[in-house]
Ligand binder design. Structure first.
Ligand code: ASP
Ligand code: MG
Length: 407
């Protein structure tokens, strides 16, 4: 029998009617002779609402209690999906992350799955029940609830698919799949039929709405993922290793992120060990740093700029300011009105000229570039936040993603 791990996102579970719809879909797939594990996110905007509530009762909510709070959102939706299934009737059981054997380590709010002991899940499947697992959570060695970071249910789904050696992993959401750009910004954006892990990882890490760690995991364990709509029966996008050769030679997508802030440490002495002195405490504090630029030094002094998620800015500044003083830097400034735009495609790897074209297109749209970073298959420009959407549109057009032609 085929074992399928499905994941349903918050918008697919936003109210009772949608939960019944999800239950119907699960029951239908089971009736076709499949065994199913369904990972659920919290209903609608529950996670944001719980965070907001926490901020109303505490100005510094601590990680352990935040995790205890946020994990309840997924527990609620799982119990409701299981109730809806049983009512059909379709035999189902809901499990929390802990009950599903998901062990997690790392920082509260940013937990990492350490291992999965799926005995209970396997036992329930053997008893012919659909197993509904709470996404976004695991339990630490000390038996505390750990959440896995925003969008963490994607990680839960892929990790379970790997641990259970599932035949398929299907991620159901409110859009039809992965697009060449965000369709809300670029109406001509096209849905991709397939994409490889590398490209998807770059898209996800730079704005596309999937948790990037889930793509990393999928690549390591070679789990193909189908991303599709939970509202319509359309084919979706297959994320996998092999993508037909013909579609490789071009830019595959344009992504953006509005959640970017830049910190500059000015007048830093240019000597060995300084970068480590600045970035080590940030890493220890769990702040991930994205783009880093160090200027050429003048009189043995240099400026060091880097970007962080805007949501991490306050914390990052608290860490960086004392360090800057300690190394006698001239000062620290920041800009929280930035965003980034990226073009992604494995086809860029061996073809020159993509960066130049990207810069020209942005220049013609009068968009100033603050910082630039690249990987082998991605070029990212940091620009003013209010110009990000326009940047996405002009790049999508310039690289002819709307017509799907080779560029
Ligand atoms: N509910 C969590 C969030 O909104 C986890 C998830 O949806 O995957 O980030
Ligand atoms: Mg959510």
């Amino acid at each position: 029998m085929t074992l399928i791990v499905q994941k349903y996102g918050g918008s697919s579970l936003a109210n009772a009617e949608r939960i019944r719809n999800v239950a119907q879909r699960i029951a239908k797939t089971r009736a076709q002779g499949n065994r199913i594990v369904a990972v659920c996110s919290a209903m609608g905007d529950t996670t944001d609402e719980l965070m907001e509530l926490a901020n109303q009762v505490s100005s510094r909510p601590e990680g352990r209690e935040m995790d205890a709070l946020l994990a309840t959102g997924e527990v609620v939706s799982c119990a409701l999906v299981s109730l809806a299934l049983n009512a059909l009737p379709c035999p189902a059981v809901s499990l929390t992350g802990q009950q599903a054997g998901i062990r997690a380590g790392g920082f509260h709010g940013k937990g990492l799955i350490a291992s999965i002991e799926p005995d209970r899940v396997l036992h329930e499947l053997a008893a012919d029940r659909v197993v509904i697992v709470a996404g976004f959570q695991g339990v630490s060695e000390g038996m505390d609830v750990m959440t896995l970071g925003r969008g963490g249910s994607d990680v839960t789904a892929v990790a379970l698919a790997a641990a259970l050696k599932a035949d398929r992993c299907e991620i159901y959401t409110d859009v039809q799949g992965i697009y060449t750009a965000d369709p809300r910004v670029v109406p001509e954006a096209r849905k991709l039929d397939e994409i490889d892990y590398e490209e998807m990882l770059e898209l996800a890490a730079h704005g596309a709405k999937m948790q990037p760690r889930s793509i990393e995991l999928a690549e390591i364990y070679n789990v193909p993922i189908l991303v599709a709509s939970s509202f319509e029966d359309t084919p979706g996008t297959l994320i996998h290793r092999e993508v037909s050769m013909e579609v490789r030679e071009r830019v595959r997508g344009v992504t953006y992120d509005l959640n970017v802030a830049k910190i500059s440490v000015l007048g830093v002495p240019d000597r060995p060990g300084i970068a480590a002195t600045i970035f080590e405490p940030l890493a220890a504090g769990g702040v991930s740093v994205d783009t880093i630029v160090q200027n050429a030094s003048v009189d043995r002094l240099t400026d060091l700029s880097f970007t962080v998620a805007r949501t991490d800015l306050r914390h990052a500044l608290e860490v960086v300011r004392p360090v800057a003083e300690q190394i006698h830097a001239r000062g620290v400034n920041h800009n929280d009105k930035l965003g980034n735009v990226s073009i992604v495609g494995t086809g860029m790897q061996f073809a020159p000229g993509y960066a130049a074209r990207m810069f020209r297109v942005l220049a013609e749209a009068n968009i100033n570039i603050e910082m630039i970073t690249t990987s082998e298959i991605r070029i990212t420009c940091i620009v003013n936040q209010e110009q990000v959407h326009e940047a996405v549109r002009v790049l999508h057009r310039a690289f002819r993603l709307d017509v799907g032609a080779s560029s």
